[in-house]
Write a protein that binds this ligand. Structure first.
Ligand code: FMN
Length: 319
């Protein structure tokens, strides 16, 4: 099935995925202007009233860009909603998104029919992120338009499935929009995601090391220096399994190779979970793909690199 028309404006089949604390209007706007979907978690706008200001800024700047660049219009943007009982802002945030008719809503940690209906009522589409085929079925049954397959090696809350295995299963029954996620960090991997059956690559960790990303310099340096073997998969910090940089775990005085299990009932996104160190702020989320990141640079330069690598991989494989 073809992607919804709003994806026609993409220069590269990529979504810059939402990053807690790090994604901000400057990063989203740079991503969209460079031709990939930019996104941010609604919870990054604090207090809640700031969400309205951010959506105003993004809408105005992208409209001005489109007026001045009719031949290279900006890609659409997405807002991520954490659909978990610990998110007390969900209703207010949806109300604000309705006002700005947010084009794409990415839902995580819970699928809800009424949320999909609300997004459809203003003409938006929803993509739900899932870590296995059972959750994928549930998301589509509840009315999501597309799926994000969060596979092994993805930054933040990640699954355990191999991307080939997961994509193959989903494509047996679903022909709608699919984005693939997990350690995709060069243009060849974007093409590989498409070859495997996905429509889009969903890329997070490389955008931490951008000028626009709201991460400490030490965190950005950790992404530049880190390799796949520096990533630790644990549920200690939020109650849900995720991938984090070893150096940040050790800096918190913990033995990264002998972390205790967390109690999932204490899950609270954004808190320190069962540990005193604060997830996302002190404990740095990262996927395994960061070996491909060699410097901190503007998001537009990172996207230009991905684009050139994608074209080269296509030429090499497809002639
Ligand atoms: C630091 C960090 C914060 C994240 N925060 C969120 C979030 O708030 N909401 C969400 O849906 N996904 C979040 N993710 C997951 C990403 O959106 C995406 O699934 C993941 O980064 C893709 O894998 P990659 O980092 O290997 O590219 C986060 C990931 C990282 C690394």
């Amino acid at each position: 099935m073809a992607l919804p028309p709003l994806f026609d404006r993409l220069r590269l089949p990529v979504i810059g995925s939402p990053l807690f604390i790090i994604s901000c209007p400057e990063l989203v706007i740079a991503q969209c202007k460079a031709g990939i979907v930019g996104s941010f978690p609604a919870l990054n706008a604090r207090p809640q009233s700031q969400l309205d200001e951010w959506l105003h800024q993004i809408t105005e700047e992208l409209s001005a860009w489109n007026r001045d660049n009719p031949d290279a219009p900006a890609a659409p943007y997405a807002v991520n909603q954490i659909v978990h009982k610990s998110n007390e802002r969900l209703e207010a945030d949806l109300h604000t998104c309705a006002k700005w008719q947010v084009p794409i809503t990415i839902t995580s940690l819970g699928a809800r029919e009424e949320l999909n209906t609300a997004v459809h009522s203003w003409g938006g589409i929803t993509l739900h992120d899932v870590i296995d085929d059972r959750y994928a079925h549930k998301a589509i049954e509840k009315g999501a338009d597309g799926l994000i397959l969060v596979c092994a090696g993805a930054g933040g809350h990640a699954g355990k499935l191999n991307p080939f295995a997961f994509t193959q299963e989903v494509r047996q029954w679903f022909d709608g929009p699919v984005a693939l996620s997990g350690a995709i960090a060069n243009g060849g991997a974007v093409l590989a995601a498409q070859a495997a059956g996905a429509d889009l690559a969903y890329i997070g960790s490389p955008f931490i090391a951008t000028v626009e990303g709201k991460a400490d310099d030490a965190y950005k340096a950790g992404i530049v220096e880190g390799r796949a073997s520096d990533i630790i998969y644990t549920n200690l910090f939020t109650g849900v399994h995720g991938n984090y940089l070893r150096a940040s775990i050790e800096a918190a005085g913990l033995d990264a190779d002998a972390l205790p299990e967390s109690d999932p009932s204490k899950m609270n996104f954004g808190s320190g979970g069962n540990s005193k160190a604060k997830a996302w702020k002190d404990i740095w989320g990262s996927g395994q793909g960061i070996g491909a990141v060699s410097k901190v640079e503007p998001a537009a330069d990172l996207i230009a690199r991905l684009d050139a690598e994608y074209a080269a991989a296509k030429a090499r494989l497809l002639g």
